[in-house]
Design a protein around this ligand. Structure first.
Ligand SMILES: Cc1cc2nc3c(=O)[nH]c(=O)nc-3n(C[C@H](O)[C@H](O)[C@H](O)COP(=O)(O)OP(=O)(O)OC[C@H]3O[C@@H](n4cnc5c(N)ncnc54)[C@H](O)[C@@H]3O)c2cc1C
Length: 408
């Protein structure tokens, strides 16, 4: 990229080459627009583990709609678990097994590491003619008239008619246009661990939730297999010291008892989160030139897998709004406002849904504790009665909220 190219006013720029920014770039290309992504980091970089693994079928269909074969490629690289189980202490209170996925249809969901998803999206971007400018950390945003000027840490300026801000939780684009994130941070931590599968003893394709796991002093544990590994989430108590559970020895100790023998030595990534449940006050700026998507616009606890699964429809909706705004300036403001309203409504729905899941898991409320115990007692008499206990840690059914229009 030469300096004279940098001075061009681009129709649209995407900030951030995370999964949502890359999806937005592909959606712009699908709409026949040029797509240039500005990424703050270098192309060769280590991306964090222990993030999105559960990708809904609806997200696969969205990806397929912006590039033929892309949804299928993600699906081919993923693992579909076919059994779910829930335990109350040592007692199995719910289990359900689904038929294997129909190879002629995109699956209902699939599981693979976010690092792998991003690699697939990046490759698709390169093949679709998306341009990427690495080491372009955006530090300022100025909107004047019909132009957005982005400044970088290296002193460069980038100009565009529209900007899609996909620069994640600490979004400089969001800060630059003065939009705040609104909502609480939860008070207990989760230790989330990726563990490589042992090819000799691969994990069963089962999602397992434990209330009061007997081997970890009755803390809740979620185990989700994905292609090549398992993600294990341990819910700490408010007064737990996370270091007892997230340093090398601590992790080895609890992974060694919740997964088969030997898995304690196969840990590849450990993160500790005190999740925020926040949504941007607006998904666009006052002049309707900057569109916020993905974690730049909302952050949820991952139970129910609403983050990336709603970031992808954000990206598609933003690209559609920009395409419409560029082709008909007379309706441009309305197109961007429609995007911002619809996706903010979807984000609020998702925030509420994951808050409901958290409320159930944390059980700080006496009523929730009683409700859980009563259901556990009934479920011990008949496995199917545990459906409520099985579903509650994930909130309401996921596919109702993610669609592009935000209607739910
Ligand atoms: C423990 C955990 C589990 C999760 N599980 C799931 C799940 O199963 N399913 C699901 O759907 N979601 C899940 N999520 C959420 C998912 O990880 C996020 O929604 C997703 O990463 C958001 O992608 P993004 O592209 O918006 O942001 P990011 O992935 O953060 O990408 C932002 C990009 O912008 C770049 N950037 C940042 N600042 C700048 C700057 N100033 N200038 C230029 N570039 C910049 C960054 O380097 C990065 O490349 C989970 C999250 C966590 C924490």
């Amino acid at each position: 990229m030469t300096d004279s190219e940098v001075m061009v006013t681009h129709p649209v720029l995407v900030v951030g080459a995370g999964p949502v920014g890359l999806s937005a770039a592909l959606a712009l290309r699908a709409a026949g627009l040029p797509a240039l992504v500005l990424e703050g980091e270098a192309e060769v970089r280590q991306r964090p583990g222990s993030r999105a693994t559960f990708i809904h079928g609806e997200s696969l269909r969205h990806l397929e709609s912006i590039r033929e074969g892309l949804g299928w490629e993600v699906a081919r690289n993923g693992l579909v678990w076919t059994t779910k189980r829930t335990y109350w202490g040592r007692d199995l209170v719910y289990t359900q097994t689904y038929p294997p996925p129909d190879p002629l249809q995109l699956p209902h969901s699939t599981n693979l590491s976010q690092v792998r998803i991003e690699a697939i999206l990046l490759d698709a971007c390169k093949r679709a003619g998306v341009e990427l400018a690495w080491n372009q950390e955006i530090t300022s945003v100025a909107v004047s008239g019909d132009e957005v000027v982005l400044g970088t840490a290296g002193g460069r300026e980038w100009r565009a008619r529209y900007v899609i801000g996909a620069d994640g939780a600490r979004s400089a684009v969001r800060d630059g246009v003065g939009v705040e994130l609104e909502g609480p941070r939860i008070d207990n931590a989760f230790v989330i661990v990726d563990v490589a599968a042992d090819p000799e003893r691969p994990p069963a394709p089962e999602r397992v939730y434990y209330y009061h796991h007997p081997a970890v002093q009755r803390r809740n544990v979620l185990l989700v297999p994905f292609a090549g590994g398992v993600r294990a989430d341990l819910q700490l108590r408010v007064d737990d010291d996370p270091e007892r559970f997230n340093d090398t020895e601590g992790v080895k100790r609890w992974i060694g008892v919740v997964l088969p023998e030997g898995y304690g030595d196969r840990v590849t990534w450990v993160s500790t989160y005190r999740f925020r449940q926040v949504v941007a006050a607006d998904f666009t700026d006052r002049q309707r030139r900057v569109l916020l998507v993905g974690e730049a616009a909302h952050l949820f606890a991952p139970f129910g897998a609403r983050g990336l699964n709603s970031g992808i429809p954000d990206a598609l909706a933003a690209a559609r709004a920009v395409s419409s705004a560029l082709s008909d300036p007379s309706t441009a403001v309305g197109a961007v406002e429609h995007f911002a309203d619809a996706r903010r409504r979807a984000a609020l729905y998702n925030r509420d849904a994951s808050s409901l899941a958290l409320k159930h898991m944390q059980a700080n409320d006496l009523r929730v504790r009683i409700q859980r115990r009563v259901n556990a007692a009934i479920a011990k008499q008949g496995i199917k009665a545990g459906a409520w206990l099985d579903a509650s840690p994930f909130g309401p059914r996921a596919s109702e909220h993610q669609n592009e229009t935000g209607s739910y």
